[in-house]
Ligand binder design. Structure first.
Ligand SMILES: Nc1ncnc2c1ncn2[C@@H]1O[C@H](COP(=O)(O)OP(=O)(O)OP(=O)(O)O)[C@@H](O)[C@H]1O
Length: 478
C-alpha cells in the first residue's frame, strides 16, 4: 500500500515539474467537463423526447410495406443525390430489364463474346442504411432516419434485415409527412408504371418471417400468353369488374366478403404462372407469392402473412396440389391433416387464411395446380375459387399463335417498307400454319415447343424445317 502511494506521489511530482501544472486540478477540471457533457446530453435527450412527444410528428414505415421501397427510392433520387450518407448498403441491382446491355455491334454466331469485357446492365446501388439525414420537402424540414440495429445504430448492423424507417418533422400535425408520403407514392407509381413487383416470404430468423420484394420486372404483355380467346376474355372481364370500386360497394351492400379466387389448372408448362403475372401487369398490381411447401413457415405465420397483403394485389399460391392437403379419410369427413400432407399448414389453416375473418379483402387469389382432381372440395368451393380456368396442351391454332408471337419482330423490321412488311407478315403466317401442321395437337406443352423454337430465334424457316425431326425425337423420348 505504501509502495503504491509512493509511486503515485512520484508521478504527481514528475507531472508538476515537467508540465508546470497541478495534476489534481487537471483531474478535477476533467471530471467537471465530463459531468457537464453528460448532463448536457441527458438534458438534450430529455428535451428531444419532450419535443418528440409534443411538437415533432413521427411516422414509422415497416420494411414489408410497399411504401418502404417508395420512400427509399424517393430519398435516393432526391434527397441523397450527390450527398454523403453516414452508412450505406451497397448492392448490385440486377433488376434493370429496361437498361439493355451496351454490347459491341450485331450478333455474329461465329464470334463468341466474353461478358467480362462488356459493360453489363447491372448497376451499383447505394441505399441509405444506417443514420439520419435532414432534408427539405416543400418548405418543411424533415428528418429521415434509418436504424440498422436499433436506436443509435450501436452494435453490428444486421445486413440481412431491412430496418424500419422513421420520418419526422417539426409540426404538431401529421399533415406535412402525409403530403410527403402522397408525393412519394405518386413518384413510385410513376417510375414503376409498367413494372410488377414480386414479393416473397423471407425468413430472417425462425420466428421472423416477412414479405420482402424480390424483383421488380417489366410486366408481361397479356397478348404473349397463348390461351383460348374466350377464356382470356372471361378472366380479364371478371377481374376488371371485381376490382372496380362500385363492385366493392356492391359486395358491402350485400354483406358478401369482398374477395375473389381463381384456380388455374393444367399440365406443366401451359402458361398458368405466365397468365398470373400478365394479369398483374394489366391491372397494375403487385404479386405476393406464397408457398405451402416452405418448411420454415408455421400455420400461424402463414395466416399472418396472408392477412398482411395489401388490399389490391395478386396472391399467388403455386402448385397447391403438391402440399397434399386433403381431409383425412375419416368417417365424419372432418377437416384434419391428411397423412399425405407435405406442409406444416393444415387444410383448415389454409381455408381460414383464404377467407377467415382476418383475411385481407380486395385481393385476388390465384391458385395453380397440375392436378385439380386431387384438391379437396372445400378448397375449391365457390367463394374460395370463383372461376376455374383450365389450361390444356396446345391446339394447332395455339401452336400457330405461339410461332407468330415468337417471330413477331421478323416482319416488323423497321428496315422494310410497309408493303414489304405486309409481304413478310404473309410469309410468316404461311410458315406458322406449316409449322403447326407438323406438330400433333394436344401432345406437347407450350413450354416444350417454345424451348424448341428458342434454338432458332430469328430463323423461322429453319424452325419449320427441323420441327418434324424434333417431334420424332420427343415421341421417342416420351
Ligand atoms: N400459354 C402460354 N403462353 C405463352 N407462353 C407460355 C405458355 N405456356 C407456357 N409458356 C412458356 O413456358 C414457360 C413456362 O410457363 P409457365 O411457368 O407459365 O407454365 P406453368 O403452367 O405455370 O407451369 P408449371 O405448372 O410447371 O408451374 C414460360 O417461359 C412461358 O413463357
Amino acid at each position: 500500500m505504501s509502495t503504491r502511494s509512493g509511486v503515485i506521489s512520484t508521478l504527481v511530482e514528475v507531472v508538476r515539474k515537467t508540465l508546470n501544472l497541478d495534476p489534481l486540478v487537471v483531474v478535477n477540471s476533467g471530471l467537471v467537463v465530463v459531468g457537464l457533457i453528460t448532463s448536457l446530453r441527458s438534458a438534450a435527450q430529455v428535451l428531444y423526447t419532450y419535443a418528440e412527444n409534443v411538437c415533432l410528428s413521427t411516422v414509422h414505415v415497416r420494411a414489408e410495406d410497399p411504401l418502404y421501397e417508395d420512400v427509399v427510392r424517393w430519398m435516393n433520387d432526391h434527397a441523397f443525390r450527390g450527398r454523403n450518407f453516414l452508412s450505406v448498403l451497397a448492392q448490385t441491382n440486377n433488376n434493370s430489364d429496361d437498361k439493355p446491355i451496351r454490347c459491341a455491334g450485331q450478333l455474329d454466331p461465329d464470334r463468341l463474346i466474353s461478358y467480362r469485357e462488356v459493360e453489363d446492365n447491372s448497376f451499383l446501388e447505394l441505399k441509405p442504411f444506417c443514420g439520419s439525414r435532414i432534408f427539405r420537402f416543400q418548405r418543411t424540414w424533415m428528418l429521415f432516419s434509418h436504424a440498422a440495429s436499433g436506436p443509435g445504430c450501436f452494435g453490428p448492423p444486421q445486413l440481412d434485415m431491412n430496418p424500419p424507417l422513421k420520418l419526422q418533422c417539426l409540426s404538431v400535425s401529421l399533415a406535412p409527412i402525409r403530403k410527403f408520403l402522397d408525393e412519394v407514392r405518386a413518384y413510385g407509381r410513376k417510375v414503376s408504371v409498367s413494372n410488377v413487383t414480386i414479393y416473397r416470404t423471407t425468413s430472417f430468423s425462425p420466428d421472423l418471417i416477412r414479405w420482402s420484394s424480390v424483383a421488380s420486372r417489366l410486366s408481361r404483355d397479356i397478348s404473349t400468353v397463348i390461351l383460348d380467346k374466350h377464356k382470356k376474355q372471361t378472366i380479364l372481364r371478371d377481374i376488371n369488374e371485381y376490382l372496380h370500386p362500385q363492385t366493392r360497394q356492391w359486395y358491402a351492400n350485400h354483406g358478401i366478403p369482398y374477395r375473389r379466387g381463381y384456380l388455374f389448372s393444367g399440365p406443366p408448362g401451359t402458361g398458368k404462372t405466365s397468365l398470373a403475372s400478365a394479369i398483374a401487369g394489366v391491372f397494375g398490381l403487385n404479386i405476393y407469392v406464397l408457398s405451402l411447401l416452405d418448411p420454415t413457415m408455421t400455420e400461424s405465420q402463414f395466416a399472418r402473412l396472408f392477412s398482411e397483403v395489401p388490399t389490391r394485389c395478386v396472391v399467388l399460391l403455386e402448385d397447391v396440389d403438391a402440399a397434399g392437403l386433403n381431409r383425412a379419410d375419416t368417417e365424419d369427413d372432418s377437416i384434419q391433416r391428411s397423412a399425405k400432407a407435405n406442409t406444416s399448414v393444415s387444410l383448415s389453416g389454409l381455408l381460414n387464411a383464404i377467407d377467415g375473418v382476418s383475411s385481407q379483402e380486395g385481393r385476388i387469389l390465384i391458385m395453380t395446380t397440375n392436378a385439380p382432381q386431387t384438391l379437396d372440395r372445400a378448397l375449391i368451393r365457390p367463394g374460395r375459387v370463383d372461376v376455374h380456368i383450365r389450361f390444356e396442351l396446345p391446339s394447332h391454332e395455339e401452336l400457330r399463335d405461339l410461332f407468330l408471337s415468337m417471330y413477331s419482330e421478323v416482319h416488323q423490321n423497321q428496315q422494310f417498307s410497309p408493303a414489304e412488311q405486309k409481304m413478310e407478315a404473309a410469309k410468316l403466317t404461311e410458315l406458322a400454319v406449316r409449322f403447326a401442321a407438323c406438330l400433333p395437337e394436344k401432345q406437347f406443352s407450350i413450354a416444350e415447343v417454345q424451348g424448341f423454337l428458342l434454338q432458332y430465334k430469328r430463323r423461322p424457316g429453319e424452325a419449320c424445317s427441323h420441327v418434324e425431326h424434333w417431334v420424332e425425337e420427343m415421341e421417342f423420348e416420351k
